[in-house]
Design a protein around this ligand. Structure first.
Ligand code: ADP
Ligand code: MG
Length: 228
């Protein structure tokens, strides 16, 4: 057995006014696995993904990603983790409006100081991977919602992350486009050999996942073993 890429142990998160968003969540994700995290609005999906990706800190418990103790890392190391190890996809796409599709995909590579010629090649390859080679020079407002999410997926893969975190990536898309985006996520998880955690209500993604974890009121409906 290979080591899990992600280990989450007894994670608790309490927001101000004593809102307990996670009450002891544990699971692990193996390399190459696509895990769907489902649960109604307010069940803790975003909180969990943000803690795994190092966007927020828990009240208790720990997260390890690729051997790094995320919950212990100082800010600078968290920045590097989010730049180099994790790729994020959000419901609202989060593209920079004044940049073209190609420039948006190139942003994380610039932050990682990738050489210009290598960057250009990788941007081209990623835009082709998501089916947008013809749209490299369009800005987000010149693209459909589904195309914008394709750009965001390409951008998330920019620095060859080991972990892809997608928070309701089809929440703003019509059902047919949503299905295509889910199939794209399924395909890139295979081709880029990343592990993916995807929060979704979408039955079409849930059917493509290797495993489904269901959150209810900040805990898994069926508890998972706590990783070592
Ligand atoms: P989901 O993504 O499944 O809709 P969230 O993780 O966003 O769930 O929210 C879980 C719980 O935490 C909810 O009760 C929500 O109201 C609360 N919550 C989320 N973010 C905050 C915040 N920044 N401040 C206070 N409460 C929050
Ligand atoms: Mg959410």
């Amino acid at each position: 057995m290979s080591e899990p890429l992600v280990s989450v142990r007894d994670l608790r998160k309490v927001y101000p006014r004593d809102v307990v968003a996670l009450r002891g969540v544990s699971f692990s994700a193996n390399p190459g696995e696509l895990i769907a995290i489902r649960g109604r609005s307010g069940s803790g999906k975003t909180t969990l993904l943000n803690l795994v990706g190092g966007l927020d800190r828990p009240a208790a418990g720990s997260v390890t990603v690729d051997g790094k103790a995320v919950t212990e890392l100082p800010e600078q190391a968290l920045l590097e983790l989010r730049r180099d190890v994790v790729g994020f996809v959000f419901q609202s796409f989060g593209l920079i409006p004044v940049l073209t599709a190609a420039e948006n995909v190139g942003v994380p590579m610039r932050l990682a100081r990738m050489a210009a010629d290598e960057r250009e090649k990788r941007v081209e390859l990623l835009l082709a991977l998501v089916g947008l080679e013809q749209h490299a020079n369009q800005r987000p407002y010149e693209l459909s919602g589904g195309q914008q999410q394709r750009v965001a997926i390409a951008r998330a893969l920019a620095n060859r992350p080991k972990l892809l975190i997608a928070d309701e990536p089809t929440g703003q898309l019509d059902s047919q486009t949503a299905r295509q985006i889910m199939q794209l996520i399924r395909a890139v998880v295979r081709s880029e050999n990343v592990t993916a955690l995807v929060a979704t209500h979408d039955p079409s993604l849930i059917s493509l996942a290797d495993r489904v974890l269901e959150l209810k009121d900040g805990a898994f409906l069926t508890p998972e073993p706590t990783p070592a």
